[in-house]
Design a protein around this ligand. Structure first.
Ligand code: NAD
Ligand code: MG
Length: 387
């Protein structure tokens, strides 16, 4: 019998982390969670650690370590806190795969450590590839690690590419639900509130990605992510609005054939496919009944109403640290929007301003990404402070 694959679940208390732990819990013959980490939700982390009994539980916020330690010591579960512990916990011998399900820039450092330690990555944290895709791909060349995408669109593309010659790929068609403002006019989108933006039509996800879906910044990030994952030129990656979220993405080939991957909108499917190293887990989700969906429809995305989407090709053309800049500015803008500091329309203008004002480094090393991330956050904050 094979021994279970040992998983470090980073961002265990979040939407992806919890769904991954569901799969791990239901399949002890296949998986064991050996490390769990979280940002600040210490009580949730304690509860999950008591259920899953990892060797180690790590919390980002160091002030919460005493509480974590006190609760988990009786169970013999080790504890740690802070950014170094979060990054280094992925290197241990009792880890085969690192699931990166934290939000934003925080995914980069642990992923870099994991690749250097030769661990496989189940990548949910798309921001890692947005910030430093070229750097991560260089690291992968010198490592035995492999990346398995968790994002549903990239999982769909990976599934469509099975058995295909990469030279015969004409286009990647990345589907987008269009979010809650798909049919809204610009003036209404401009003034949308956080409560309105948090109402995603098809997916239940963390707050940050839900706002990114409403602005279509999420789709811009996914185009960048697809470029780095599959090595397809930016001009051959397009977004297609598909409001039902049943087709998770498509690949068009040079003979005109198009392959699509369909399924109910349930992240258990791509999470299980990634944890299984691109293999299928029977019963991962409920079956799709196509007759329940009288119409599957498609629209061209409207970059005028959703200007964040256009940033994907802007930064892929510019290269260097420009994608790192827009990611950092977006994180600041989304946090300000969720705190009702800025209206929805200002998210794009905050990013645009930071992109214009932040230094640009054409061939960045790791420390350059760190510096540009800090600088872009500061520039975005300066813009927001005017409100
Ligand atoms: P979430 O907000 O529900 O959960 C985030 C998790 O990360 C929590 O456990 C939180 O404690 C932890 N965290 C937050 N900040 C941290 C920090 N600085 N350091 C360490 N841990 C931190 O988010 P989510 O919706 O699960 O998304 C996670 C990632 O997966 C994001 O990159 C998102 O874009 C991607 N993703 C999510 C979905 C989805 O359906 N939720 C789909 C595709 C991709
Ligand atoms: Mg996605």
């Amino acid at each position: 019998m094979n021994t279970p694959r040992r998983i470090a679940v980073l961002g265990a208390t979040g939407s992806i982390g919890r769904q991954a732990l569901d799969i791990i819990y239901r399949h002890p013959e296949l998986y064991k969670a050996t490390v769990l980490s979280a940002g600040r939700r210490v009580d949730d982390l304690i509860e999950l650690a008591v259920i899953h009994r990892p060797r180690l539980a790590v919390i980002a916020d160091e002030s919460l370590l005493p509480r974590l330690r006190e609760a988990l010591e009786p169970y013999g579960i080790a504890t740690a806190a802070g950014p170094d512990a979060l990054a280094e916990c992925v290197e241990a011998d009792d880890i085969d795969t690192v699931l990166t399900a934290t939000v934003g820039y925080s995914g980069l450092a642990p992923t870099v450590h994991a690749i250097k330690a030769g661990k496989d990555i189940a990548l949910a944290n798309k921001e890692t590839l947005v910030v430093a895709g070229e750097f991560v791909n260089r690291l992968l060349k010198d490592s035995t690690s492999r990346i398995f995408p968790v994002d549903s669109e990239h999982s769909a593309v990976a599934q469509c590419l099975v058995g295909e010659d990469p030279e015969r790929v004409a286009r990647l068609l990345i589907t987008a639900s269009g979010g809650p403002f798909r049919t809204w006019p610009s003036e209404k989108i401009e003034k949308a509130t956080a409560a309105e933006a948090l109402k995603h039509p098809n997916w239940s996800m963390g707050a940050k990605i839900t706002i990114d879906s409403a602005s279509m910044m999420n789709k811009a990030f996914e185009i960048i992510e697809a470029h780095h994952l599959f090595g397809i030129a930016p001009e051959r990656i397009e977004a297609v609005v598909h409001p039902q979220s049943i087709i998770h993405s498509m690949v068009e080939f040079t003979d005109g054939a198009v392959k699509a991957q369909l399924g109910v909108p349930d992240m258990h499917i791509p999470i299980a496919y990634a944890l299984g190293e691109n293999s299928r887990l029977p019963g991962a989700s409920r079956t799709l009944r196509l007759e329940d969906f009288a119409n599957l429809t498609f629209e061209k995305p409207d970059v005028k109403r959703f200007p964040c989407l256009g940033l994907a090709h802007t930064v892929l053309t510019a290269g260097g640290t420009s994608a790192c800049t827009i990611n950092a500015a977006n994180e600041i803008a989304v946090a300000a929007f969720l705190n009702n500091r800025i209206p929805f329309g200002e998210i794009f203008r905050t990013i645009e301003s930071a992109l214009y004002k932040t230094n640009f480094i054409a061939n960045p090393c790791y420390d350059d990404y760190v510096a540009i991330n800090d600088e872009a956050r500061a520039k975005a904050q300066e813009y927001i402070d005017k409100f």
